[in-house]
Design a protein around this ligand. Structure first.
Ligand SMILES: [Zn+2]
Length: 128
């Protein structure tokens, strides 16, 4: 990583979660498992375990937190996402674990700007 003695970055680095430019290294989170720097905002917003999980999902499926944030995402969207994942699996003649389905839907929630905590709360309400 390149930064000047004042701590200001001399090269453009984007947050691996929200995709915003990181202008200072103060308070950033450096992933231990994946190459990625997370801005202070995201580091403050998500617990470290969630950060690693989010980075893993964006590494696997692409996108970033809030990419589709202007589009609505409700429980109905969640259910549709689940159905679409199921349809795609059938088309591809694949078997998929419930964990993979959960990962794909969690990824959809994340690109709609929904945090893992919000997602889990929505899911709990939906299942009641
Ligand atoms: Zn960020």
């Amino acid at each position: 990583m390149i930064f000047t003695s004042s701590g200001v970055l001399s090269r453009r680095i984007q947050c691996a979660i929200c995709n915003r430019d990181i202008k200072s290294l103060q308070g950033v989170y450096q992933s231990k498992m994946l190459h990625g720097v997370v801005c202070k905002n995201c580091a403050d917003m998500f617990p470290p375990d969630d950060i690693e999980m989010i980075l893993n999902l964006f590494f696997l499926y692409g996108g970033y937190f809030g990419k589709e944030g202007d589009k609505p995402f409700s429980i109905e969207h969640l259910a549709i996402s689940l159905l679409l994942v199921g349809e795609k699996m059938k088309e591809d003649n694949k078997t998929i674990s419930i964990d993979e389905v959960h990962q794909k839907v969690m990824h959809q929630a994340l690109i709609h700007g929904i945090s893992p905590t919000e997602y889990n709360n929505k899911l709990k309400k939906f299942l009641k």
